[in-house]
Design a protein around this ligand. Structure first.
Ligand code: MTE
Ligand code: MOS
Length: 744
């Protein structure tokens, strides 16, 4: 039985030996490649007054300069028609206004420097505060309402209000954006792209080139990480490569340097939230009124669905009877912010976790008690009206973490440590996660697969999902091997291509295995059904190979296309209500930290996690996802500090943190010294492939435990019982300032 077996990632050996092929590795295997380099604008906001490509052609090796005039189709790289591929108006510092193709990357770079671009600078909005003050918003402004928030606040015995602001996050996938395009004899375009959404990359390439979709094929071998950053953002780079290839007849490669990737591509949305919250005497939430403003950057991209998911997660695991939450998207002159692991969920949940963490001391209730008291129980529904099925799992995971982490004992140890050490304080906190699985946009919840059984009984599978390190392909191999009862070595998986499985959804919303797994299984079951009469004719000793051979001779079709659509979903984006999620994924984490009072520096000493993945398809992969997601969340909340130049100087709008030297990422040294991950037992999920649950994004939000533990430790530097405000990211500097505030 392959499903449920602890197996290494299907390409782990290739990854660690350097044999795994990524898009840009194809360049050295391809002849006559031209390399592309952007002409980057040095303004946050400006009109392009002159663009003269002629001097670039004087640079040896420059083959072609691409400008708006070259676009045969639509000059747009997005789906909202607000993202000109070659802009006449610069909307962020570093935006490409033209691309230069050269025989070498260096000649392309020199060519780009030689292009004469003149600009008329325009006023710019760089921060979310700038945009709110200027009322610069874009897209829909949804409101989610349940009950009567005014009555709820009026009936509350304790009412608090506050502002919670927190930063975005750079994806920092190891592989930067990459595309390699060529044109075949008949003018058809083939694009290799590091994309989570090959179908949409195909559609954008087609509309830029003025071609039909069937003339464009996109393949994604694998990605060296996507994390949401390659859900929408690869399209423009793929289109530049494809346009270059059609104009020159030669293969064209676009691969961003790290600095280009960081300055040009969108990031996690930072948010600004104002809130009013009411509790009863027992600390039970009565009402929440909030306005969430996301920093969307220069264009919409995925900002609207990200905001929807934020509103749908502002409750996290807590029952709030009266809710009125508004959302809006600030339009600023920065990169266009996009999907990032959790897709707005982390941002929504951070608001309520910050509210609870801040209000607990004022209510005189321990934060862990305040949280638990407000958990959903079976029978209750979210503010958007979806029943919280399996709500008891929150409590079960919570109790398990309390027990196995020896929370109560360690709380006493920590109190003792803190009493004895004036300059070093420890903190402990436990936080829950409830995360909805499925795309809010119902149509995306479909998937396809193509399964071939060859005459020798070996199996080749294709499906619509992409591999970005998350182990989707490993799981799909296990699903197919299980269906056929074959050893996994008899099944091979081929790279994702739009000409094999069409009209796919992005591999996103953590739903890759749910959707594609069900489609793969559907295809396998169709084939198996056709083999039943063949097997019946043969004697009991007949092997799989015997059956397959006999079926072929009998002219039985040995391949099938599989399909799956998630049933029972509904979502009304105007009323922000419905049942958008197939189910919720749950998890709980307890974290202990130690903070130094002189520097604000800290260490995460121990983390205990219990996470619900249903019946795991692949436990090693799932534990890897939990550890990785958790640590990526720790990076977002504690270390990673995006800074744009918001001065009025000449570099206004420039991303100041353009490299790993200035942008701090979590690494092995930030991994908790003691990290214990357990999968929740007895967690079969009905109606999902082999009872499993999605795992990709939810664990990121387990990192709230670390932020709350830091808050707890900071509080210990003060007299106790006072609300602690902590900036996000809670860098050592931010922690130091928080300590200063509680000391005063
Ligand atoms: N894990 C790795 N190693 N690399 C990634 O890029 N992306 C995350 C998550 N885990 C990612 C990852 C994101 S944002 C999502 S939505 C899911 O994987 C997507 O894959 P799945 O649907 O197969 O879980
Ligand atoms: Mo993940 S943010 O849904 O790609």
């Amino acid at each position: 039985m392959s499903v449920g077996e602890a197996r290494p990632h299907e390409a782990a050996a290739l990854h660690v030996t350097g044999h795994a092929l990524y898009t840009d590795d194809l360049v050295v295997r391809t002849r006559q490649v031209l390399h592309a380099h952007p002409v980057a604008a040095p303004h946050a906001h400006a009109r392009v007054t002159r663009l003269d490509a002629a001097p670039a052609y004087g640079i040896p090796g420059v083959g072609r300069v691409l400008t708006a005039a070259d676009v045969p189709g639509v000059n747009d790289s997005g789906t909202k028609h607000d993202e000109p591929l070659f802009p006449g108006e610069v909307m962020f510092h570093g935006q490409a206004v033209a691309w230069v193709l050269g025989e070498t990357l260096e000649s392309a770079r020199l060519g780009a420097a030689a292009v004469v671009a003149e600009y008329e600078p325009l006023p710019s909005l760089v921060t979310i505060a700038d945009a709110i003050a200027a009322e610069s918003f874009q897209g829909a402004r949804p409101t989610m309402v349940r009950g009567d928030v005014d009555a709820g606040l009026a009936a509350s015995t304790r009412v608090f209000e506050g502002v919670t602001e927190f930063a975005g996050q750079e994806h920092f996938y190891l592989e930067t954006h990459a595309s390699l395009a060529h044109v075949d004899d008949d003018g058809q375009v083939f694009v290799q792209s590091s994309t989570q959404h090959p179908t949409e990359t195909q559609e954008i390439v087609a509309h830029v080139l003025g071609l039909a979709s069937h003339q464009v094929t996109v393949q994604c071998l694998r990605m060296g990480g996507g994390f949401g950053g390659k859900e929408m953002q690869p399209h423009g780079y793929a289109a530049v490569a494809a346009l270059g290839a059609t104009l020159t007849g030669r293969p064209v490669r676009v691969r961003l340097t790290r600095q280009q990737d960081m300055t040009m591509s969108g990031k996690r949305h930072g948010f600004h939230a104002t809130w009013r919250v009411g509790f009863d005497d027992d600390g039970r939430l009565q009402a929440l009124e909030a306005t969430l403003t996301s920093e969307g950057g220069w264009s919409l991209d995925l900002s609207e669905p990200v905001l929807s998911r934020a509103l749908c997660h502002v409750d996290n695991a807590y029952w709030i009877p009266n809710v009125h939450v508004q959302g809006r998207i600030a339009r600023t002159h920065t990169t266009s912010q996009t999907a990032f692991r959790g897709f707005g969920g982390p941002q929504g949940m951070l608001v309520v976790e910050d509210v609870l963490g801040r209000c607990a001391p004022a209510l005189g209730i321990a934060p862990e008690e305040l949280r638990r008291r407000n958990f959903y129980v079976e029978g209750q529904a979210t503010p958007y009206g979806q029943p919280v099925r399996h709500a008891e799992r929150i409590d079960r995971a919570w109790q398990q973490v309390l027990d196995t982490s020896e929370f109560a004992v360690r709380r006493k140890d920590i109190d003792r440590h803190n009493a004895q050490n004036p300059h070093s304080k420890r903190g402990l906190a436990i936080t829950p996660v409830k995360f909805g699985i499925s795309f809010n946009f119902t149509s995306f919840n479909q998937a396809g697969a193509l399964v071939h059984v060859y005459k020798d009984g070996s199996v080749l599978i294709n499906h619509g999902g992409t591999e970005m390190g998350q182990g989707l392909h490993t799981k799909m191999l296990q699903v197919a091997a299980t269906a056929f009862g074959l050893p996994i070595e008899r099944v091979r998986l081929a790279p994702t291509r739009t000409d094999k499985v069409p009209n796919t959804s992005a591999t996103a919303a953590s739903s890759g295995a749910d959707l594609n797994g069900a489609a793969v299984r559907d295809a396998c079951l169709q084939i198996l059904a056709r083999l039943v009469p063949v097997r019946e004719r043969l004697d009991a000793a007949a092997t799989w190979e015997d059956v397959v051979r006999a079926a072929y001779l009998d002219r039985v079709q040995l391949w099938a296309a599989g399909f799956y659509r998630t049933e029972g979903l509904s979502w009304d984006a105007t009323t922000m209500s419905g049942n958008p999620f197939k189910y919720f994924a749950y998890g709980v984490a307890a974290a202990e930290v130690e903070v130094d009072g002189f520097t604000g520096g800290y260490e995460v000493r121990r983390v205990d996690i219990v996470h619900d993945v249903g019946d795991s398809l692949s436990p090693l992969v799932d534990i890897g996802q939990i550890e990785g997601g958790f640590l990526q969340g720790v990076g977002w909340l504690t270390l990673e500090d995006l800074r744009w130049d918001s001065s009025d100087g000449p570099n206004r709008g420039r991303l100041a943190t353009q490299a790993a030297s200035t942008y701090k990422l979590p690494s092995l040294s930030e991994l908790p010294a003691d990290l214990r991950v357990t999968l929740l037992a007895h967690a079969t999920e009905d109606g999902v492939v082999h009872g499993s649950k999605a795992v990709g994004e939810p664990p990121l939000m387990l990192a709230f435990s670390v932020r709350e533990a830091l808050r707890d430790a900071v509080g210990a530097f003060g007299p106790g019982g006072i609300p602690v405000e902590l900036a996000s990211p809670a860098t050592p500097e931010a922690v130091w300032w928080a300590i200063e505030r509680v000391r005063r």
